[in-house]
Design a protein around this ligand. Structure first.
Ligand code: KG4
Ligand code: ZN
Length: 333
């Protein structure tokens, strides 16, 4: 089965061609980061206009790299939400056009479910599993009981963890996006130098709060200052607090629910320290941790294609009049 996967949910225009479940024939991502960096974050109106300019170019590039034409595609899968609505609609309209022109079925995909299922591009794992999806817009724990069946068991009450990384980097004038810059800046620092709070860690739920951690960081810097001599320690301590909260809550959920497998996904899952903390702690609990390679953690079309593959295998196709959503309910499409 050949699936074309399209994602335009935020600031990356991405199209991929997937053969069966694992063979990525192409996965072209055109990033708008340099454009949005000028504004310190994604500007929705600019993002959607850029998608309009790029979507056809990226489609042609993806087909050329795959060495296929539209008539070879069996299914067109596209992000239906959640995301910036103007951006989502560009990909959705483009996908509907391709589906209509080629008479190939359309599948509307939940972007967060796609982040979770991106692991299947890299390895086979058994259901059930928990997926921690951490990005600039989401910090959520999902329970997958079988393909196309999941429920949300924990989420952030305020900022997403990637948003906290981005806002702190912006505050320090380190540029956008903040995750990688902070990880690099923290490399030579000690994570236990500053004891930042772990909001909600003792509450009897699987929810997060990252706004308080961000504020604690800013207050600490205002009070104590930040310089070349303490920068890496302060950044490492912030990163340690964020990783600690995510690992603690996700492992607690896994133990409480008797789930033995955890999948990490979303841009923040490319953070090396987050991976380390999960691997170290999960091993002692007899829980396995599965993380796709970094380029499949950030937004990409291949994750949409593999999700489309699961749905097509279940004969779950979408009508041509599906809508785009900025928010979506926490269940399968
Ligand atoms: O999944 P993604 O590419 O796009 C969204 O759907 O949001 O995630 C982008 C987010 C940004 O907030 C970025 O700062 C964060 O992922 N990020 C990281 C790292 N790389 C990207 N956060 C921490 N450490 C990283 N290495
Ligand atoms: Zn994403």
């Amino acid at each position: 089965m050949i699936v074309l996967g399209i994602d335009t949910s935020c600031d990356d225009t991405s199209l991929a061609v997937l053969k069966d479940r694992r063979e990525i024939l192409s996965n072209v991502v055109s990033s708008q980061v340099p454009l949005h960096r000028l504004f310190g974050g994604v500007v929705p109106e600019i993002a959607s206009r850029k998608h309009v300019e790029l979507v056809d170019v990226v489609y042609r590039e993806a087909m050329e790299q795959a060495g296929l034409s539209l008539s070879d595609v069996d299914v067109v899968a596209v992000t239906q939400g959640p995301g910036l609505i103007g951006s989502v609609l560009v990909g959705l309209c483009f996908a509907k056009g391709l589906s209509q022109a080629s008479q190939k079925p359309l599948i509307g995909v939940n972007h967060i479910e796609a982040h979770a299922l991106s692991i299947f591009l890299d390895q086979e794992i058994d259901f059930p599993f928990l997926a921690l999806i951490v990005s600039g817009g989401h910090s959520v724990i999902l329970l997958f009981t079988e393909p196309a069946r999941f429920s949300m068991i924990g989420t952030t009450r305020d900022d997403a963890v990637g948003e906290a990384f981005d806002k702190i980097a912006k505050y320090l004038g380190l540029g956008y996006p903040g995750g990688k810059v902070i990880e690099d800046g923290a490399k030579s620092g000690r994570g236990d130098s500053v004891s930042f709070p772990r909001p909600m860690i003792d509450e009897k739920n699987y929810d997060f709060s990252f706004s308080g951690l961000k504020t604690a960081f800013i207050n600490y810097v205002k009070k104590n200052g930040i310089s070349d001599s303490n920068r890496s320690d302060i950044l490492a301590s912030f990163q340690e607090a964020a990783c600690d909260i995510l690992a603690f809550k996700t492992l607690k959920a896994a133990k409480d629910l008797g789930i033995r497998r955890i999948v990490l996904g979303g841009g923040v899952a490319s953070n090396g320290r987050l991976r380390e903390v999960f691997f170290e702690r999960a091993e002692t609990e007899g829980i396995s941790v599965h993380v796709p390679p970094s380029k499949l953690c950030t937004d990409n079309g291949a994750m949409v294609a593999v999700t489309g593959h699961f749905y097509a295998s279940l004969n779950r196709f979408s009508p041509l009049d599906i809508k785009g959503y900025s928010r979506m309910s926490w269940k399968a499409c």
